[in-house]
Design a protein around this ligand. Structure first.
Ligand code: AMP
Length: 122
């Protein structure tokens, strides 16, 4: 499918749409999901989308961004939120419920134990 040229996450990075920021560095921004599914529901995004509309479009040129997200930004949020259990989710594609085509990782946890599994409704 043709992804939108600019998503709402670009507008959040630019400050054109407000967000509830929990972490920021030179590469990533993390903010609270507007429709949280747990006590902590934070989205971690790269400030510059590059070609990362979806994780399946990642290639070797994205190793730095992806490593920074997983190795720096996610642990920083997990620590600052005081999580000792959480779920890290990437919805990759419309049939996986991806709605914003700017790579993002959901950090979900806190409060009550999470349920499992996700998957196909039956
Ligand atoms: P996904 O469905 O994986 O593409 O995730 C997109 C997420 O963005 C959803 O969980 C939405 O609730 C969230 N979202 C949509 N608009 C906003 C917004 N303005 N601020 C924060 N989160 C948002």
């Amino acid at each position: 499918e043709a992804p939108p040229e600019v998503t709402l996450f670009d507008k959040i990075v630019k400050g054109e749409i407000p967000c509830n920021k929990v972490y920021e560095d030179e590469v990533c921004l993390a903010f609270r999901d507007i429709a949280p599914v747990a006590k902590t529901h934070v989205l971690v995004i790269p400030k510059v989308r590059e070609g990362l509309t979806q994780l399946q479009h990642a290639s070797a040129e994205h190793k730095f961004i992806l490593g920074h997200m997983l190795g720096v930004a996610v642990p920083a949020v997990v620590k600052s939120e005081g999580l000792n259990s959480y779920r890290l989710v990437v919805n990759d594609g419309a049939d996986a419920c991806q709605t914003v085509f700017h790579l993002h990782m959901h950090i979900i946890g806190g409060g009550k134990p999470l349920s499992w599994p996700p998957g196909v409704p039956r």
